[in-house]
Design a protein around this ligand. Structure first.
Ligand code: GLA
Length: 695
């Protein structure tokens, strides 16, 4: 295996050298310009991986007094020690920025998405903004790893409290947390894990949210249940530790099998797959979760309210059952309004990710009376233009679509596009100042795997770009300012490209407009297909686009999370190149090199080798313009000052979004600062499917 890997790497590096000797008439590719430093970035304290959580029994447990008084003493709930696992997860006090907390209060989120329903396993969104992150507990957890030293980097235990590798490294035995229960009191077991795997991931009629496919866990990987609390993975490769990252959010977070099975066609023939997916609509309340809070109220375009999960399986070192916060709000508004409300104090939390709001937010946060604090992280938010490379029928393109995809597959065409983009101007159009930076594409400059010398950049050169279009055979034959196809293609009409984007974010809208304007200068006619988030995701995931503008996922911001998405490593892993209806892929030679590199990265446990492989990946992907980078900038976490246990320097995005990174279950509000925001004080989730919380 090693020899093949090394041969592949050799071939890849040679390709790198030859492409640097380019035609004289195009401007020379170079390494990307050095970035201006961004001094406002918060400092992270690095800690050993095992200093965050452990699993153990404690001598006594407690819960908010009102739960004992109103629910336990009246016989509505068993005592807390019976609701907890044998050995609950214990958050270590030493890792808590402000220590052990107290119960009470609400975290008021504002979100721009809307809930489709609660069937995450079948691909329904709950509206993002941290709702699904809070409901879902996954086998492992990676969001807090931003504070773990690179040499100690491995996912944290979660629903899987520990794991062991077989001697040959092909088998991984996972021990599930024993005695943990869903929020309705039904035991969590390997049955939930197997239902997610067999009937959602492996069942080709179902696509879980965030796109888990069998290949996400390595080709040929199998999973079996050994007993109620043990599952066993079998891998083709030896010790593919990288897959532990795929077992975290969002690709291995099992749903409640006892509820979902009732509408899954395999277990209930009365239901179709469509009815399964839509069987738990947004109005369905009290869906059982393993997360800290359960949805108990929903008013369309207004709010989703969640109350504490009385069966939550995590505690602090004093034995207090978590979470500390009794309630969560998700006000249904816009993403831009999330920034405004968090800054104003009518909301509590925002990921400040739209540069258009940076200056105003910074000004307000700098005032002493500001209700919220704002802290920037590294430059981990980025945008790319993805061109559809599939000529195998993915997304059923018409003649025009097919012709565009042929262009997309042409390196000179992609170079023309990237060279025609003035990235300084694009960045400045979002916000002036030291925030945005030139980003040619590839992995984020904020990851530990980033190497500037391996990052190929085609500088802005409109004339060179035009010459390349001509070389590709695209000329403006009718003098209308836009290039035409050659006479034999589509009657020699204008080349027309549809750019799929989302209308949910000002930044996406502005970037799309910027791209369209700059492409016009090049002579390419781009029309915008701007859709709301759900429709955009649907069009993107089913391949109905020529080009699409996307905010980067964690494969680019962390490299180790969602790694298979870095290349078309499987039929449904890449954002812009997937298999056609008959399962065929049609990879370009450089994509095959990327796939080999990413697969070697996944299979390797050697840190030096992995860092070399990522350099190779970066070189191949940027040199070949795998995607067209647009801009990259830091994001800031805005959080109301009354909250404690917010780790300093937490990035808003790296392995996952900040809603997970800050570990909301151990966030608290000290007694003197608690607000009066609970809409359902002293109430708990009711029965699955029944309306509202209960008294
Ligand atoms: C949306 C928001 C992000 C983050 C995620 C969480 O994508 O834009 O800031 O809140 O949801 O899933």
């Amino acid at each position: 295996m090693n020899t093949i890997r090394h041969m592949k790497r050799g071939a890849v590096l040679m390709l790198g050298v030859s492409a640097f000797a380019l035609q004289a008439w195009a401007s020379e590719p170079t390494v990307v310009p050095e970035q201006a430093p961004f001094p406002a970035q918060g400092k992270i304290t690095y800690v050993p991986r095992d200093s965050i959580v452990e699993f153990k029994a404690l001598p006594t447990y407690s819960e908010p007094d009102w739960v004992t008084e109103k629910f336990v003493k009246t016989g509505k709930l068993p005592p807390v020690e019976q609701r907890l696992p044998k050995e609950p997860m214990v958050f270590k006090t030493g890792n808590m920025p402000d220590g052990i907390g107290v119960y009470g209060d609400t975290l008021r989120h504002v979100i721009g998405g809307r809930p489709e329903g609660w069937n995450y396993s079948a691909g329904q969104t709950q509206g993002w903004g941290g709702i699904d992150i809070g409901l879902s507990e996954c086998l492992t957890r990676t969001a807090p790893l931003y504070q773990v030293e690179a040499s100690d980097m491995e996912p944290l235990p979660n629903l899987a409290k520990s794991w062991d590798w077989s001697e040959d490294g092909h088998k991984l035995t996972m021990h599930l947390v024993e005695g943990a229960k869903w929020s309705d009191g039904v035991p969590f077991s390997s049955e939930d894990v197997m239902f997610y795997w067999n009937d959602n991931v492996l069942d080709m009629n179902v696509s879980p949210l965030n796109g888990a496919t069998p290949e996400t866990f390595g080709e040929g990987t199998t999973l079996t249940a050994i007993d109620a609390n043990t599952v066993e993975w079998t891998f083709k490769e030896a010790f593919p530790r990288q897959h532990l990252f795929a077992m975290a959010y969002g690709t291995f977070c099992p749903g409640p099998a006892h509820i979902l099975k009732t509408k899954h066609p395999k277990y209930n023939k009365e239901f179709t797959y469509d009815q399964y997916k839509n069987g738990f609509p947004a109005q369905y309340m009290n869906i059982p979760v393993m997360g800290g809070w359960v949805p108990v109220a929903y008013r369309p375009d207004d709010i989703i309210v969640m109350r504490r999960n009385p069966y939550y399986w995590k505690v602090d070192e004093n034995g207090q059952q978590l979470p500390y916060l009794n309630e969560m709000h998700y006000k249904l508004s816009t993403w831009g309004d999330r920034d405004v409300q968090a800054i104003a104090g009518s909301g509590d939390f925002s990921n400040l990710e739209q540069p258009e709001n940076f200056v105003e937010s910074l000004k307000r946060a700098a005032q002493e009376t500001a209700p919220a604090r704002l802290a920037f992280g590294a430059r981990l938010i980025g945008y790319n233009l993805h061109m559809n490379f599939s000529v195998n029928g993915w997304g059923e393109p018409d003649e025009r679509g097919k012709a565009v995809r042929e262009l997309n597959r042409n390196l000179d065409f992609r170079k023309a596009v990237t060279m025609a983009l003035d990235r300084k101007k694009i960045g400045d159009s979002l916000v002036k100042g030291p925030f945005t930076t030139i980003y040619p594409g590839g992995i984020s400059s904020g990851t530990s795997f980033y190497d500037r010398q391996s990052t190929v950049y085609y500088p802005f050169d409109l004339e060179g770009a035009k010459a390349l279009l001509e070389k590709v055979g695209l000329k403006d034959t009718d003098g209308n300012g836009f290039v035409n196809f050659p006479a034999g293609t589509l009657g020699g009409g204008d080349v027309q490209i549809v750019l799929l984007s989302t209308s949910d974010y000002a930044t996406d809208r502005n970037l799309a407009e910027g791209v369209i304007g700059q492409m016009e200068q090049l002579g390419l006619k781009i029309t915008l297909n701007s859709l709301d988030g759900v429709k955009r995701d649907d069009a993107r995931n089913s391949g109905r686009f020529d080009w699409t503008l996307l905010r980067n996922g964690s494969e680019l911001s962390s490299v180790v999370q969602n790694t298979p998405q870095l290349a078309p490593t499987g039929p449904r892993t890449s954002w812009h190149h997937r298999a056609g209806p008959d399962g065929t892929m049609d990879l370009l030679p450089f994509e095959k090199d990327m796939v080999a590199t990413v697969n070697s990265f996944i299979a390797s446990n050697d840190n030096d080798e992995r860092s070399d492989l990522m350099k190779t990946y970066q070189k191949i992907s940027t040199e070949n313009v795998n995607t067209v980078g647009l801009t990259e900038y830091p994001g800031a976490l805005i959080i109301n000052k009354r909250f404690s246990n917010i780790p300093p320097g937490a990035p808003i995005y790296m392995f996952n979004w900040a809603e997970d990174t800050i570990l909301r279950e151990r966030v608290f509000v000290s007694a003197d600062k608690q607000g009066d925001y609970e809409l359902f004080p002293q109430q708990l989730p009711g029965k699955p499917g029944e309306a509202g919380p209960i008294n």
